[in-house]
Design a binder for this molecule. Sequence first.
Ligand SMILES: [Zn+2]
Length: 487
Amino acid sequence: MRKCILFILTTIFIVSCSISGANDPQKNTDLEHIGNVTSGEKLTTDKLNFHFDYPIYEGSTIDKTIKEWGEKLINDANKEIEENKKNGLKDITPELYYSFNKYKDKGINSIVYNVGKMISRGHPENIIKIFYIDEKGKEINQNDFFKFTEQTKNIFEQKLLNKVKTIEGVFEDQEALKSVVKNYLNDMKFYFDSEKIVFLFEQYTVGPYSSGILEVEFYFSELKEYLNPEIFPEIKKELEKKQEQEAKQSNLKNDESNSGKNEVNAAKIETKTGTQKEKTARKDGKKYIALTFDDGPSKKTTPQLLDILKENNVKATFFVLGKNASFFPEIIKREHDEGHEIGSHTWDHPNLLNLSEAKIKKQIESTDEEIQKIIGIKPTLLRPPYGSHNKKIDNMAKKTIVMWNVDSLDWKNRNVKKNLSTALKQVQPGSIILFHDIHQPSVDTIDSLIKELKKQGYEFVTVSELLQEHTDIEKKVCFGEFKCDAY
Ligand SMILES: [Zn+2]
């Protein structure tokens, strides 16, 4: 949580002007700009000399919109000055000053104006105004970003209130905060920056003047369900994918004979059973993710992968086949010795849904025994081949069932670039990422993938480390850190 004191003192200024005498030369304080001003235009009146800068975006009407707003600001101030004059308030030098910042994220330029107005006695009045344009220069209305239903509005309001309550310097009266936040939803001040949405609260809204402008932040991914998909293509794409999945799922339901030979379809069914609510940040604010590799070990590609992981100091999780482990025990040992986690992917990759109870048991137990023979411990994780499982299998396995929520589709892509873009598009904090260490292009993808995700602030952990906050659930099926179901 950041606390942001109004920039009055540190940044700059505009003007002030004396209304006391027409003969006074205008007190035109020399103007310093904030640095990121691309262009500006001077707006002045006879009462206030207000040099008003704003960014120029080529091909956009935003300049005009901002200029009109600036003019209105000045006109309103002038009216107030006139009023004060009538009321005999002469000992105050009216002032209007502002700063502005620009932010860009998710294809949205946010232009944040922070205006201070000192016309009457008392503290300056503080006004925040934010303008938005998309990458094409099209202006976006603030009210178009969020799309609530009655229900989601209440949930969002509660989320926001919970965060506001934790800010240092807010009013102590909880009821007052509640009503302020409720009203705030009608006129929110927010901008998009670094995967986050930052909400600003003007002075006197949730805290006293002395607390300055207060901020609360959410990760963009935390608020996805409240945002308008028409403005954010990535949300739209996700929704379309979800609908597609649902359609596929109902098709599959109609065709029970489809035994899940298709890894993707099976995964999709499972994704659907996960709880819909998604958290995306841990209390410690860190963005943990887990890389997982299925179907190995392979004599050729797995050692290469281990070298890459070692160089990048990344620990991963291998869901190995018992049969392959029996062929290459030294690779399993190396995986374990280098700090990676070993999970079971059954003995030889059958679709467990097609097997008798006895055969399922054999698949799981023989793999457990093989791995225990090599590294001394039994795996506590099972990734069922094709993501195919049911309650009976889960109960027999007596392990955490580990699915995934990022599918690199590497088995299909067989191409580094495609693997990278497919995976990167889906990653969010808490993700479990699926790759197969038996394909050369998959292994060739990992160095770049790790470097890019580290750049984005992600930290790699094993699946058990990722799921440690779920120790309260004894039996579970997990799709990612924030999506584990009890069964
Ligand atoms: Zn597999």
